[in-house]
Design a protein around this ligand. Structure first.
Ligand code: SAH
Length: 346
């Protein structure tokens, strides 16, 4: 008999895979629907809960497959806004973070897409230890399912803004988005999914062809190649001009507006000239700009501008006709920034 760790995660199988499995096991067709429902709608934590499947079938399945969800090693809850950050342990002991945020329009879950990251952005805690491995689509789905279960609430929005660069794990990330938006699964509309990238141009171009009308968020953070190279190594591979071309093509093909993420770093990218140049990039494209005063990461020695300076930067953009917001700083008191909780637990 195989040990727990060697069993295949059954959530790697899509609907067609579950149908094929049931057929191979000599089960009736409707069993596939039942099993898929337990796995991807009812968010079962193991086969034992699947009370309308026979004990014999459950035993047979658990000989080869695993259906458990990751365990929350730690949960931090914000005292001010109900944001919760989960530290999940995966089957191989790796740790990842996911965050639940509540807005007036529903429950958003921010998921990790990799264990660590190899993009090397200067302000980001997730990249400090480099990339350990990619997450599988099943592991990404399980972050959402585990939180759905723990919270007992329907998740309405997904943001792929946790640890990792989703377009550096392209196939699994796209497959995750297909499965989570599938009507046989949680049925979260693609329009309620945001995928955030540091700007891998070939990935953006590919994504535009997927027939997945998801929102693309580009982590821009600087308005000239020179400045961007100082804080984002990926800028050595793709220029801002190439990025803008990719964004334009994404909009043309999907009809979905892009948003720019812009982490304000004191003395680096927060001048009036920066605001004017950012408005020049965002305005004509009717891009929404999200300003984020950089979350201090002790190892990095960078800090955000004070509140007044953030407001002034925002006003500059708005006066230039750009729709911009300061991202609600949910969960600041709970190591809100990417990768900070995992980092402390290593
Ligand atoms: N790799 C993807 C998604 C993960 S990071 C990307 O780069 O978009 C999610 C967002 O948080 C990105 O915009 C990232 O640049 C930003 N971010 C990372 N560390 C931060 C920090 N210390 N303060 C503010 N924003 C940060």
């Amino acid at each position: 008999m195989s040990s727990e760790g060697n069993k295949r995660n059954i959530r790697e199988l899509d609907y067609a895979g579950i149908c094929a499995l049931m057929e191979d096991m000599g089960e009736k067709k409707f069993r596939a629907k039942q099993l898929y429902d337990w796995l991807h709608v009812r968010c079962a934590d193991g086969f034992d809960e699947m009370s309308d499947l026979s004990k014999a079938l459950r035993d047979k399945l658990s000989e080869y497959f695993d259906a458990t969800l990751p365990k929350a090693e730690q949960i931090q809850e914000s005292k001010t806004d109900g944001t919760k950050k989960y530290l999940f342990a995966l089957k191989d002991g790796q740790l990842i973070e996911a965050v639940k945020m509540e807005y007036h329009h529903g429950v958003s879950v921010c998921i990790s897409t990799q264990v660590g990251c190899r993009m090397g952005c200067a302000f980001c805690a997730s990249t400090l230890g480099g990339l350990v491995r990619n997450l599988s689509r099943a592991e990404m789905l399980s972050e959402v399912y585990a939180i759905t279960r723990l919270e007992g609430k329907r998740v309405s929005n997904i943001v792929m803004m946790g640890i990792g660069e989703p377009l550096d794990n392209y196939d699994e990330a796209v497959s995750f988005m297909h499965m989570i938006s599938d009507e046989r699964g949680l049925n979260i509309s693609a329009r309620n999914i945001t995928i955030s990238t540091c700007g891998l141009v070939p990935g953006i171009m590919r994504l535009a062809e997927e027939k997945l009308p998801v929102t693309l968020a580009l982590s821009l953070h600087a308005v000239s190649d020179e400045k961007r190279k100082k804080i984002m190594p990926v800028a050595n591979s793709y220029s801002i001009a190439e990025l803008m071309e990719a964004c334009d093509s994404y909009f043309e093909k999907t009809g979905r507006r892009i948003s720019f993420e812009y982490a304000l770093i004191r003395g680096e990218n927060d001048s009036d000239a920066d605001a004017a140049a950012l408005a020049g990039l965002a305005g004509p494209r009717r891009v929404h700009v999200n300003l984020i005063p950089v979350n201090p990461v002790t190892e990095r020695g960078l800090s955000g501008p004070d509140n007044g300076a953030v407001r002034a930067f925002l006003k500059k953009l708005q006066d230039a006709g750009v729709t911009a917001t300061v991202r609600r700083e949910l969960g600041r008191d709970i190591d809100g920034a990417c990768g900070q909780l995992r980092r402390k637990s290593l």
